[in-house]
Design a protein around this ligand. Sequence first.
Ligand code: SAH
Ligand code: DHB
Ligand code: MG
Length: 229
Amino acid sequence: MKKDSKLLWTEVDEYFTGLLAPGDAELNAAVKTNRQARLPEIDVSPLQGKFLHVLVRITQAKRVLEIGTLGGYSTICMARALPKGGRIVTLEFEPRHAEIARANLRRAKMLARVDIRIGPALQTLPVLHSSGEGPFDFIFIDADKENNPQYLEWAVKLSRPGTVILVDNVARHGAVIESKSTEPDIVGTRRMMKQMAKNPRLSATALQTVGVKGLDGFAIAVVENASER
Ligand code: SAH
Ligand code: DHB
Ligand code: MG
């Protein structure tokens, strides 16, 4: 390869972004707001956001669950893909993040489709379950990685056969292969991956991604009908 590979994949990402996810007033304003508020720059990339959008369309999801809202960039991308009457429930621990997300969603005219629940997701998920707010058609897991095993368990409980579960950041610049790691996010992600692999109700795969966020990846699973497997 002529160029440093990281530079090359970044340029390729920028090329695809320019074509397929060039941004618009509302998404650009959300990014600007998030940067000015000094939120961590860990939103999905524009192309990844478009990937979420396309997945919500493919699955024809009407009910979406997101774990980890931040400033609502990914939420806007998914909300725009919903059919009439579609809803997203998005879980966020930090009230300040939720407030910024609310402003971004309002500006994007998506707030009416989105229900932001503030609090630790591990407290909100059982409430969603016991109050019968599931099943969800599409579930995006993108919060604190150390709790990924519990998030996957709740996602399955809140699903129906055919539900698609997508988990962000499963490669973490390659750190996911460090089997002796004691980093909570690596331990959590590795445990979640094993559960995903072993759960007979899930058919799953994982794809590495390169781009403006470096090397990372998504795991994706579809919930199977218990009696068919
Ligand atoms: N999905 C967003 C990025 C989410 S970043 C996007 O792509 O635009 C992860 C978010 O999860 C942060 O806002 C963080 O505050 C939140 N978070 C961390 N721990 C959490 C917990 N225990 N429960 C709920 N949210 C949590
Ligand atoms: C981190 C979290 C994310 O959700 C992400 O997409 C990238 C990085 C992080 O905690 O470092
Ligand atoms: Mg993420």
